[in-house]
Design a protein around this ligand. Structure first.
Ligand code: TXA
Ligand code: MG
Length: 325
């Protein structure tokens, strides 16, 4: 099987019709979202969800985010505390996932939540929201990559990784945010950041008027099982906080500071020449894949500020550099 690719920018209605047809038959469809491409399937259909796990080679204890068309749809499946509701009002549609108590028997299949009594919910922008509205049911969608690999930010990335396993890939061009959603869990008065992502933690803190609690090592891994240490891994080793380039290395940099040995780099990728972290996030996964493809022994990455979207970028880079199992 080779996936059919439909461009939503030129054939939007055809894309919606074909995607709904494939989803109704219980198969996953790769779809563009503002964060990364998702491997979407009917969140109420156990065989459809099973196909997501099989296609990605994903462990089944790792729950999926359920994507909704609007808040009214989300309220049918999850209960909102007041702080989560404020976050939803401020950041939806957009790159924020809220972990909320699942309403029992509401229809989300336990395979999607890995049997937990909570559900991760996100309202995406644009085409993805329109597709969910047309389909009429929530779509469970992890990132559309083989488990443990770099997440896809273009239809080409998805085709290169999973094209032989899928029926349909929808092409919406490059994902505008480029890193996955920020995952938040509110527990009483405590607002916990389970995964830094496309909404900067500082923006959330400014809205709620207090600090979010950041993950502390292994606890975070149990809380969000997808956050395994060695994740987002290219084939080449990754070396962080590089201040020079060694022979055989590819370089990923931010800004234009001079770097020793840059002339011997196998290739140089600049995440953002002006040092803009949103631009850097949008380019991150594409450049990791491109740096991997030049046959470098290792990918050296210069230090990235840990503020704003830099926190999500550094989270993904640390995982990409983590020792492999
Ligand atoms: O931007 C995104 O979030 C993308 C797009 C496609 O929406 N999706 C995405 O999904 O990144 P995935 O499966 O790659 O990451 C979902 C993360 C995993 O780390 C999972 O463990 C966590 O969300 N998660 C999902 N449901 C959870 C729950 N009920 N409790 C705790 N963590 C949960
Ligand atoms: Mg993922």
């Amino acid at each position: 099987m080779t996936a059919e690719i439909i461009d939503i920018r030129t054939d939007r209605n055809d894309a919606l019709d074909q995607a709904c047809a494939v989803l109704s038959r219980g198969f996953p469809v790769a779809i563009p979202t503002e964060t990364v491409y998702g491997l979407a399937a009917d969140a109420t259909n156990p065989s459809a969800i099973t196909r997501i796990y099989e296609t990605k080679g994903r462990p089944r204890f790792n729950p999926l985010i359920c994507h909704m068309a609007d808040v009214a749809m989300a309220e049918r499946y999850a209960s909102f505390d007041p702080i989560s509701r404020r976050l939803a009002e401020a950041f939806w549609p957009g790159p924020l996932t809220l972990i909320l108590p699942l309403i029992p028997k509401s229809g989300i299949h336990p395979l999607a939540t890995a049997g937990l009594d909570t559900v991760g919910i996100r309202l995406p922008f644009g085409f993805a929201a329109d597709l969910i509205r047309s389909f009429g049911k929530p779509l469970a969608a992890p990132s559309a990559n083989t488990s443990g690999k770099v997440s896809p930010t273009s239809a080409g990335h998805v085709a290169g990784d999973l094209g032989s396993k899928l029926k349909l890939i929808l092409d919406g061009g490059a994902s505008s945010v480029g890193v996955e959603s920020t995952i938040i869990r509110v527990e009483g008065e405590t607002v916990r950041l389970l995964r830094p992502g496309g909404v900067a933690a500082e923006e959330i803190e400014a809205l709620i008027g207090r600090a979010v609690v950041r993950p502390e090592g292994p606890a975070a891994i149990i809380e969000a099982p997808g956050m395994l240490a060695s994740h987002y891994a290219p084939s080449a080793a990754v070396r962080l906080n590089a201040t020079h380039v060694a022979p055989g290395e590819a370089l990923i940099r931010l800004g234009s500071d001079p770097i020793e040995g840059i002339e011997q780099a196998k290739a140089v990728f600049d995440l953002s020449p002006s040092g803009d972290l949103a631009e850097a996030a949008a380019n991150l996964f594409d450049y990791l894949k491109k740096a991997d493809a030049v046959g470098a022994t290792r990918i050296a990455v210069t230090a990235i500020p840990d503020t704003g979207l830099g926190e999500a970028i550094n989270d993904r880079l640390v995982r990409a550099a983590a020792p492999r199992e």
